[in-house]
Design a protein around this ligand. Structure first.
Ligand code: SAM
Ligand code: SF4
Ligand code: SF4
Length: 348
């Protein structure tokens, strides 16, 4: 039972000396958006085969696994997907995760499309602490084109307000920047969120999966993003909130708050990567760019006990060598031909 967990018995280190601290849990591979950089509609059309319901981990299974990860040192959980809020009654999962000993932080990443005030309040009541809402532009035609389903900007802005009203502040806002698609919207986004309690984070367009047609030329680099913001509103770097923080933080020199820049392509952060990932069907991956994982669901459903499961997970982490982003620039044939799991499957 998850509620009976022991506190971390061992320091779980991988082959590069990295701890396991975070678990990103994809609760579904489905999504109501078709973002061009994630689930392009040409490839995720009406005939796309999503995971059958029976293969999804149940909330009880996710909670049990989370408790086992907590025994190995995980303190932070993030629910993601696909779109996590299309999984019904997600607050019931949060309710099961919140009491797990050792878990200090539970977050959610969502496109905000179905985040009503009522839902935000239920999630917060159940123990959700933090929320990140993705929004790639304030310009309505640009956003509608990028999300692939013509979803309007104002409904995502309403979701951000709902999250804030439910006490899930400060809300983080993720903007993936793709050259030629929405890079003309950077300054408008910065201007809108400057001086608010929201933290806007710019993300370099990543080569996740094999279906988003990624090209290096489409990446607007972190340096370009920073210099464009700095040209309008001077900014200065600030220290990370904690070791291994993925976003580089910058504050506006005039005191109007801060932004984050996630330079996964140009300034890889594999050295500090403490993240494990669990797909909605229960496969454990040790890297966002992994091609294969370990099937924890079948172990669970075949009756493995907690000690066996902990040992298995610990062994996977001990053997972890992943540092894809650091190796990407080497462009070895092996890396070029690497088949990677889609982001909607593994969880962003
Ligand atoms: N559906 C939710 C959402 O969009 O927030 C959660 C899942 S989504 C895969 C998690 C995050 O990954 C989002 O902020 C999304 O913008 C980001 N993302 C997806 N594909 C990406 C890519 N190719 N490069 C960079 N970020 C990406
Ligand atoms: Fe859906 Fe999020 Fe991927 Fe967009 S980024 S398609 S909202 S999972
Ligand atoms: Fe972590 Fe893999 Fe990303 Fe490197 S490439 S930061 S190891 S998820």
């Amino acid at each position: 039972m998850p509620s009976e967990q022991k506190m971390p018995a061992t320091q779980t280190l991988d082959t590069l000396g990295r701890h396991m601290r975070d678990l990103r849990i994809s609760v579904t591979d489905r999504c109501n958006f078709r973002c061009t950089y994630c689930m392009p509609r040409e490839l995720f059309g009406p005939d796309h085969a999503f995971m059958p319901r029976a293969s999804l981990l149940t909330f009880e299974e996710i909670a049990r696994l989370s408790a086992l990860f907590a025994q190995l040192g995980v303190t932070k959980l993030r629910l993601t997907g696909g779109e996590p809020l299309v999984r019904r009654d997600l607050e019931q999962l949060v309710d099961k995760l919140a009491p797990i000993p050792g878990i200090k932080d539970i977050g959610l990443t969502t496109n905000g499309s179905v985040l009503t005030l009522d839902k935000a309040l239920k999630l917060a009541d159940a123990g959700l602490q933090r929320i990140t809402i993705s929004l790639d532009a304030l310009d309505d035609p640009t956003f509608r084109a990028l999300n692939g389903v013509a979803f309007p900007v104002d409904r995502v802005l309403a979701a951000i307000d709902n999250a804030t009203a439910a006490g899930l502040a400060p809300v983080k806002v993720n903007m993936v920047v793709k050259r030629g698609a929405n890079d003309h919207c950077i300054e408008a986004m910065a201007e809108y969120f400057r001086g608010s309690d929201k933290v806007l984070r710019f993300i370099e367009f990543m080569d996740v999966g094999n279906s988003n047609g990624w090209r290096l030329d489409d990446v607007l680099t972190a340096d370009e993003i920073v210099s464009r913001i700095n040209a309008r509103w001077p900014i200065e770097p600030i220290a990370p909130n904690y070791a291994g923080e993925v976003a580089n933080r910058w504050r506006y020199s005039d005191g109007a708050g801060e932004i984050g820049v996630i330079a996964a392509i140009t300034k890889p952060f594999c050295r500090g990567c403490t993240r494990a990932r669990l797909s909605a069907d229960g496969i454990l991956y040790t890297c966002l760019f992994a091609g294969v994982g370990v099937n924890l669901k079948s172990l669970l459903r075949n009756g493995a006990g907690d000690d066996d499961m902990v040992e298995r997970i610990s062994n996977v982490w001990h053997g972890r060598r992943d540092r894809y982003s650091e190796l990407r620039s080497q462009e070895t044939p092996e890396l070029k031909e690497k088949s990677k799991i889609e982001m909607s499957y593994i969880g962003g």
